[in-house]
Design a protein around this ligand. Structure first.
Ligand code: ADP
Ligand code: 5GP
Length: 195
């Protein structure tokens, strides 16, 4: 299964995704490629695979991405091969933007689409400010939030990330509920009669 998490920058996607991946040992985090610079504390290969423009463009040319997009002026993408590998052993959680989510929706059935909203635009700005990015980057990300939030209606679930613990519980509840949908368990029902 694919769990796709989107939302405006600063809404809490990374925080919540990390918590879910830590909690469910059978969900792996899909590590994206990006041309943006690493932030302090970010680890190459863990948070992202940091590459330059020419490497990213070569990957586009070689058709290596399941999806990719330019977000806040930098390129981000999910490598198809990495995703295949991940799905061999676990479900996958992807923290990707609304454009990437639309590309996956067009290609694959059965993804679970979760949108993270901030409790208010004021709080979103404060969370972005705390990140210590430049004023122009903050303004750019804040401006883009409006268009991203408009796309939230296309998602299956909305989590309004006010109290962190409550949001964590909501994300876990979504994952648990999606995993016990009847359609997925049909084979399990059949096994009950194998005696
Ligand atoms: P995103 O990945 O959506 O850009 P992050 O997960 O990096 O957002 O969160 C942005 C900032 O907000 C971080 O400093 C994070 O610790 C903080 N944050 C996330 N969720 C909450 C919450 N529910 N309450 C308070 N702060 C939060
Ligand atoms: P950040 O720079 O804050 O880590 O991420 C900026 C935006 O890029 C976020 O909306 C995040 O979800 C998105 N993003 C991260 N990885 C990918 C990816 O592989 N593909 C797409 N389309 N967006 C991504």
């Amino acid at each position: 299964m694919l769990f796709i998490v989107s939302g405006p920058s600063g809404a809490g996607k990374s925080t919540l995704s990390q918590k879910a991946v830590e909690f469910f040992d059978d969900i792996g985090f899909s590590v994206s490629y990006t041309t943006r610079a690493a932030r302090p504390g970010e680890i190459n290969g863990v948070d992202y695979i940091f590459v330059d423009d020419s490497r990213f463009d070569a990957m586009i040319k070689n058709n290596e991405f399941l999806e990719y997009a330019t977000v806040h002026g930098k390129k981000y993408g999910t490598a198809a091969k990495d995703m295949e590998e991940l799905l061999k052993t676990s479900d996958a959680l992807l923290d990707i933007d609304v454009q990437g989510a639309e590309q996956i929706r067009a290609k694959r059935k059965g993804g679970v689409y979760i949108f993270i909203l901030p409790p208010s635009m004021k709080v979103l700005r404060e969370r972005l400010f705390k990140r210590g990015i430049s004023k122009s980057e903050l303004e750019n990300r804040f401006k883009n939030a409006v268009d991203e939030i408009k796309k939230s209606e296309l998602y299956d679930y909305l989590i309004i990330n006010d109290e962190l613990e409550e949001s964590e519980e909501s994300l876990k509840a979504i994952i648990r509920a999606e995993r016990i949908k009847t359609g997925l368990l049909k084979d399990r029902i059949k096994t009950l009669f194998e005696f």
